[in-house]
Ligand binder design. Structure first.
Ligand code: NI
Length: 165
């Protein structure tokens, strides 16, 4: 549970930087990679992480994101740039439009009642969930995923150690 805006903003900034590193590690060619023909491509997942920030407007924040159906930029760099831009807009909105008291309020979304502090936790975990999918697809595409919560296979090899994962 987030009790202060600073708690959330600090954690979100760290998590968003991890997401930005994943997005920055993509190549244009890799955007087409998918695990099966009827599954989302790496590019679609990347763009979903950009558009899903718009969820925060349903909690009452006012900032300029992009809607779920918006057309994705053609390039991996374009997607990463949009992520960084919208993330900055979100952070500014959170820190200027909400107070700590807002975190004790609830909002009704799609017929369900969401305590804001719980919705923020969901929002963070949702990004982590899709980042995990993306790092697998990155590996399949021959790319090197960044470290997220610990060393990657490549990090261990670089250090001359036997890889653990
Ligand atoms: Ni999702």
């Amino acid at each position: 549970m987030f009790t202060t805006i600073t708690n959330f903003a600090t954690e979100w900034e760290k998590e968003a930087e991890l997401t930005a590193q994943v997005l920055s590690g993509l190549t244009d060619e890799s955007l087409q990679r998918r695990i099966d023909a009827d599954r989302r491509t790496l590019g679609a997942l990347a763009w979903h992480l950009v558009t899903s920030i718009d969820f925060m407007t349903s909690l009452g924040l006012d900032f300029k994101g992009v809607s779920e159906g918006a057309k994705a930029p053609e390039s991996a760099e374009g997607i990463a740039e949009e992520y960084r831009r919208i993330n900055q807009a979100l952070l500014e909105a959170v820190t200027t439009q909400w107070t700590d008291d807002t975190l004790r309020e609830s909002r009704t979304i799609g017929g369900g009642k969401w305590p804001i502090s719980a919705a923020l936790r969901y929002f963070l975990m949702h990004q982590a969930h899709h980042r995990g999918q993306m790092t697998v697809l990155m590996r399949q595409a021959g790319l090197r995923p960044p470290e997220i919560y610990g060393p990657t296979y490549d990090t261990w090899v670089d250090k001359g150690k036997a890889p653990l994962d």
